[in-house]
Design a protein around this ligand. Structure first.
Ligand code: COA
Length: 158
C-alpha cells in the first residue's frame, strides 16, 4: 500500500487508459452527488464511446498522476471543443478541462494542482489564448489558487 507521500509522475493517457478514465469520471459525479444510479450508468456508457473516439482523434487529451508501480491515482482531461467567432476569442477549438478526479487516499497533496498545471502547459504550448472549465465545490479552491476566475455563464431548464 503506497503512503500518502509516494512519488508520482504525470503522464499522458492513451485509449488503453479508458477504463480508469471512466472509473474516475463516474466517481467524480458520485462524489459531487450528481445523477441517479441509472443516469450514472447511462452516462458512463455514452462517455466510453465518446471518449474513445476523441482520444483517437486527439480532441480529448488525458493527464494521469501515476505512482511508481503504474497505479493511476488522479487524472483530468482536456477536451478541444468548438467555440463561436467572438471579438475576444476568434472561434475554432478551445480547450476545456473536465473529469478532474483524485482518489480519496491521495487528496490534498497537490495532484490535481499538478494535473491542471500540466494541462495548462499543454494548452499554452499550442497557442490557445484561454482555458475553460466548470468547477465543482471541491475543485474551486484548486483552480482559484492557479489563477482561474469565475465567469458569468448561465442556464435555464427547458
Ligand atoms: C477536487 C479534487 C480533484 C482535488 O484533488 P486534490 O488532488 O486533492 O487537489 P490538490 O491536492 O491539488 O489541492 C487540494 C488542496 O490541497 C492543498 N495542497 C496540499 N498539498 C499541496 C501541494 N503539495 N501542492 C499544491 N496544493 C496542495 C491545495 O492547496 C488545496 O487546498 P484547498 O483545499 O484549500 O483548495 C478532488 O477533491 C476530487 O477528486 N474531488 C471529487 C471530484 C471533483 O469535485 N472534481 C473536480 C471537478 S471540477
Amino acid at each position: 500500500m503506497p503512503g500518502r507521500a509516494a512519488p508520482v509522475r504525470i503522464r499522458r493517457a492513451t485509449v488503453r487508459d479508458l477504463g480508469v478514465l471512466r472509473r474516475h469520471r463516474d466517481a467524480m459525479f458520485r462524489d459531487m452527488g450528481r445523477g441517479s444510479p441509472r443516469s450514472l450508468a447511462a452516462a458512463d456508457r455514452a462517455y466510453a464511446v465518446w471518449a474513445r473516439r476523441l482520444l483517437r482523434t486527439g480532441d480529448l487529451v488525458g493527464f494521469l498522476a501515476v505512482l511508481r508501480d503504474g497505479t493511476v491515482v488522479a487524472g483530468g482531461c482536456v477536451w478541444l471543443r468548438e467555440h463561436q467567432p467572438h471579438p475576444v476569442l476568434a472561434g475554432g477549438r478551445v480547450p476545456y478541462l473536465l473529469s478532474m478526479y483524485t482518489e480519496p487516499a491521495h487528496r490534498g497533496r497537490g495532484l490535481a494542482t499538478k494535473i491542471v498545471r500540466a494541462a495548462t502547459r499543454w494548452a499554452r504550448a499550442r497557442g490557445f489564448p484561454r482555458f475553460f472549465l466548470h468547477a465543482s465545490e471541491k475543485g474551486r479552491g484548486v483552480y482559484e489558487k492557479l489563477g482561474w476566475s469565475r465567469t458569468w455563464e448561465m442556464e435555464t431548464k427547458l
